[in-house]
Ligand binder design. Structure first.
Ligand SMILES: Nc1ncnc2c1ncn2[C@@H]1O[C@H](COP(=O)(O)OP(=O)(O)OP(=O)(O)O)[C@@H](O)[C@H]1O
Ligand SMILES: [Mg+2]
Length: 141
């Protein structure tokens, strides 16, 4: 039977069980690790490695606010505490891919590791936890 993705905001124990099925880590940042999910090659499991899960919560909120822009990797689910997030898996970029990219004005961490391509080839952010919350309202339009 295919591995199931727990529903959003369900208890962390269900995501811990999912994590046990995900032995392959595909990335490591300062606050999260990302794992391949067997049976779901289009998704990653992001696991916070710090106690407050701040970066995952920022992404859940930012995704909720800006998902219609199609600039952000989709979020499919998250755990009750925010320790776990299931996100659309993006492919790594090649050198120079961001040269002509128009960054969403509210995102401040613009290093290439934080961006990737979706299945259609569109460049999207995969780490959107760092925000310019002081931007004037016009910058968001
Ligand atoms: N949606 C995704 N698709 C593919 N790879 C991903 C995805 N999310 C994270 N990764 C991989 O995991 C790495 C770490 O994830 P992420 O950048 O979200 O963590 P972080 O701790 O916030 O990073 P930073 O050190 O930049 O603050 C990324 O650089 C990337 O290689
Ligand atoms: Mg990052």
């Amino acid at each position: 039977m295919a591995i199931e993705i727990p529903r959003q905001a369900s208890a962390d124990c269900y995501f811990e069980s999912l994590w046990l099925e995900c032995p392959t880590r595909i990335g490591r940042g300062t606050t999260r690790d990302a794992y391949e999910i067997p049976d779901h090659q289009d998704k990653v499991l992001k696991v916070s490695n710090c106690p407050v899960n701040f970066s995952n919560w920022m992404e859940i909120l930012v995704h909720n606010q800006f998902k219609d822009s199609n600039d952000l990797a989709n979020i499919f689910s998250w755990s009750w505490s925010g320790r776990f997030v299931v996100m659309e898996r993006l492919k790594p970029l090649s050198q120079g891919d961001l040269t002509l990219h128009t960054f969403p004005p509210y995102l401040t961490d613009r290093k290439s590791d934080n961006y990737g391509r979706d299945a259609s080839g569109k460049i999207k952010a995969l780490d959107y936890a760092a925000l310019n919350i002081a931007a004037p309202r016009d910058d968001f339009l």
